[in-house]
Design a binder for this molecule. Structure first.
Ligand SMILES: [Zn+2]
Length: 394
């Protein structure tokens, strides 16, 4: 559903979204908590909460209530109704597909993943998504009519209005495929598509380490590399849905040719394939990313070196953005983030060296809390937000 920007209806939708965000980010909240967090008036919050209660999206939680300030009656806590239905989250990465079923709070009810050459096999990838979604819903004891929607994270810039992929050079075989329409047809639920790094940022902001941070940069480090932004407490996608497309900024002159056609992109240096390739010469061709992470943590000099160098390269790539945006938090996400200190220290060292102290001393560099599940969980958050206007209404 679309509403004219600036209309009363659009204002109400935005306010409703802020109430839902507060519940998603904080779990159990009182009406007073919502008023304080959103800055909305008591009347607006009361009316929106009443609407969400009557639709069965929220429910009043039994059990301990928040103590009232000033000794009045304890406040009733609100949370998502456990019967409000499930949400499907999908990540179409470059190297595989992940499908999960979650509740509205981002709690995972079931999950499957498979390695597929997603870039070149759109039909197989979408068939796997649809079949797996049905299996997960069946296994959970729910039915499809209790699923409020599906979110899909894809590794290309996405124009959210049309759900169209904008950069054919990056996912050539997906050009002209309307992912949302294809999956909606097969599953009969609303489907919303977003860029994977943007959705990783949304997930860490909603369910993870970024809760409560109004300005953050999330860096997705997987087979693909990208950044997602939350600015002024809102997800920021840019004019063409391509904000944060950091993985395809050249960091090495004359480096390897990237999937986008350019040379020396950040992705060719710190993407998981590049990190594994960097140690395969000394450790053999069967080395996996999990090996690199485990050995780096255990202090193996070669793997430690690869991870520290990756952190430094990331720091260089992020320093310009940090200088412009002055974020509170930089989140390094993806499977490589499990390497922890060697990676994060590399990022911190370079940011401290390249940025004005006023910025570098204020920014916290942290590992993502959601690992390589972040993008699929961001898709869950997207679907919940996108259907929030008429969630569960007939
Ligand atoms: Zn590239």
């Amino acid at each position: 559903m679309t509403t004219a920007p600036g209309s009363l209806e659009s204002l109400r939708s935005r306010n409703r979204l802020r109430v839902l965000e507060t519940v998603q980010q904080r779990g159990a909240v009182s009406r007073v908590d919502i008023i304080r967090t959103t800055g909305l008036s008591r009347t607006t919050v009361s009316s929106l909460v009443a609407e969400l209660l009557s639709e069965g999206v929220l429910s009043e939680l039994a059990g301990p209530h928040a103590p009232a300030r000033g000794g009045g009656r304890p406040a009733t806590l609100l949370g998502f109704d456990p019967d409000a239905g499930g949400v499907l989250g999908v990540h179409l990465g470059h190297d595989g597909v992940r499908v999960l079923l979650a509740n509205l709070s981002g709690g995972v009810l079931g999950e499957r993943q498979r390695e597929i050459d997603v870039d070149h096999l759109p039909a197989d990838s979408l068939a796997y998504v649809a079949d797996t979604a049905r299996e997960l819903v069946d296994a959970s004891g729910h039915t499809m009519d209790r699923v409020i929607g599906m979110g899909v994270a894809v590794s290309a810039p996405v124009q959210l209005v049309s759900h169209a992929l904008r950069t054919p050079s990056m996912l050539r075989d997906w050009t002209d495929i309307d992912i949302a329409a294809r999956l909606r047809e097969r599953l009969g639920v609303p489907v919303h598509v977003g860029n994977d790094a943007n959705l990783g940022a949304l997930a860490e902001w909603t369910f993870g380490v970024g809760r409560g941070a109004d300005d953050l940069i999330y860096l997705m480090l997987s087979d693909g590399v990208g950044a997602g932004l939350i600015l002024n407490g809102r997800p920021y996608e840019g004019a063409a849905g391509a904000a944060g497309e950091l993985g395809h900024v050249a960091v090495v002159d004359g480096g390897y040719v990237c999937r986008c056609g350019n040379r020396g992109c950040l992705e060719t240096v710190v993407g998981t394939r590049a990190l594994v390739a960097a140690v395969s010469h000394s450790r053999g061709p069967d080395t996996t990313l999990a090996d690199v992470v485990e050995l780096a943590v255990a202090g193996d000099p070669g793997c430690h070196r690869v991870v520290v160098d990756a952190g430094r390269t990331i720091g260089r790539a992020l320093s310009g953005i940090c200088a412009v945006l002055d974020p509170k938090l930089v989140i390094v996400g993806g499977r490589i983030a499990a390497a922890g200190p060697p990676l994060l220290d590399g990022v911190r060292e370079v940011l401290a060296r390249r940025l004005p102290a006023a910025i570098s001393q204020g920014v916290v560099v942290a590992a993502g809390r959601l690992g390589d599940r972040a993008e699929a969980l961001g898709a869950v958050a997207l679907a919940t937000r996108s259907t929030s206007v008429h969630l569960l209404a007939p």
